[in-house]
Design a protein around this ligand. Structure first.
Ligand SMILES: C=C(O[C@@H]1C=C(C(=O)O)C=C[C@H]1O)C(=O)O
Length: 360
């Protein structure tokens, strides 16, 4: 005979008690791991280990839970276990409600200490000076391309990349009012204004577009000035009590932003191989014909695939460039190590930005 609602709920309650006991047992083990790490002076956060835990569980998952949900649940479990070892302080472009904050929470789980900053420069500074253990900054958007300030800061920063996360970015027009009537200015971070320029030109062609330090800052100001609207995500809207006057106004429905997770090598050295890894580096080449072509030959020769190639002006006034390159693999793999060694030999400037488990 089918069980009643009350019986099923009693079964769920019993399972929850078992889960709670098991989760606490897991947390006790993590605490012990923390003691060993403290004695050794080794890092609390081990992204490659967390990636292996999630990949292993997804492979073992018999369902009906979906693989994505398994990842989300365990990311939170590991975040709580990690916080027992030591709280991780994470810097990002604030205030509360930014996509950077969402990226930080999605990457580290919600058991972190938030260090909201007013600019990307301050995020780098907080993580370099030790006010935060990690920094999270956007590096690339699928509509607008690279986030130039982040790349320029990476070039000279002592921080290295230890992880990445990509978010689907949906921008809404947020306002005290629900209508588009009487809007005198639209406030947002320049990246968001650029990602919505088609919609703005069509629906609010005469309205001033005003760049502010972050989308959440725009939302905060729009909450105080009913004649202003902000472009930001849902998180910022609810944070500042605004209505969605127009939904998903970004020009590309699949608009995504990729964020890099940064820290000092003393906080966390390059993560070991997780099985699905990425290497980021920046190089420059001598200003002669064929130099860029020559640089890429070792990648082909050693069978290393390149997933990104971006150029940034070297600011020398000489039409010289830095190239930001991502390749698949880990330096512990001989073909990757050989390709990187060749690259280093050919480049006039070479800096390894980081080795880390590949994001989604
Ligand atoms: C428990 C550990 O510390 C942290 C927490 C983990 C977890 O909860 O599984 C995994 C890796 C670390 O980020 C560990 O290193 O094994």
């Amino acid at each position: 005979m089918a069980r009643t609602l009350a019986q099923l709920r009693a079964d769920i309650d019993a399972v929850d008690r078992e889960l709670l006991a098991l989760l606490n047992k897991r947390a006790t083990f993590a605490n012990e791991v923390g003691e060993i790490k403290r004695a050794e002076g080794s890092p609390v956060f081990r992204p490659e280990r967390e990636a292996q835990v999630i990949n292993g569980l997804q492979a073992a998952n018999a369902g009906p839970l979906k693989a994505d949900n398994v990842a989300t649940i365990w990311r939170e479990i590991m975040s709580a276990c990690r916080a027992l070892e030591a709280p991780q302080r994470v810097a990002y472009l604030g205030p509360a409600g930014t996509f950077s904050e969402q990226a930080a929470v999605q990457f580290f789980g919600s058991s972190i200490e938030h260090v909201p900053c007013v600019s990307f420069d301050e995020v780098f500074q907080a993580a370099s000076a030790g006010t935060a253990d990690f920094g999270v900054v956007p590096v690339e958007n699928s509509t607008e391309g690279v986030v130039t300030r982040s790349l320029d800061l990476l070039l000279t920063s002592p921080l290295h990349i230890v992880g990445e996360i990509s978010l689907l970015v949906r921008h809404h027009l947020l306002r005290k009012d629900r209508s588009l009537e009487g809007i005198q200015a639209v406030l947002a971070h320049p990246q968001a204004l650029a990602q919505c320029q088609g919609w703005l030109s069509k629906h609010l062609p005469e309205v001033e577009r005003r760049a502010v330090a972050s989308n959440a800052e725009g939302a905060r100001l729009a909450a105080q000035h009913p004649e202003w609207a902000a472009i930001a995500g849902e998180r910022a809207g609810s944070e500042f009590g605004l209505h969605i006057a127009a939904h998903a106004i970004q020009d590309d429905a699949f608009n995504r932003t990729r964020f890099a997770v940064l820290c000092l090598p003393q906080v966390l050295a390059a993560p070991q191989a997780s099985g699905r890894d990425c290497v980021s580096l920046v190089v420059s080449v001598p200003n002669r014909p064929g130099a860029v072509h020559d640089l890429l030959v070792p990648l082909k020769q050693h069978g290393v695939s390149m997933t990104r190639f971006e150029s940034r002006p070297a600011k020398s006034g000489q039409w010289e460039y830095f190239f930001f390159i991502d390749v698949q693999g880990h330096p512990s793999q001989p073909h990757v190590a050989a390709a990187l060694a060749d690259l280093q030999r050919l480049a006039a400037f070479y800096k390894l930005l980081g080795t880390y488990p590949a994001g989604d």
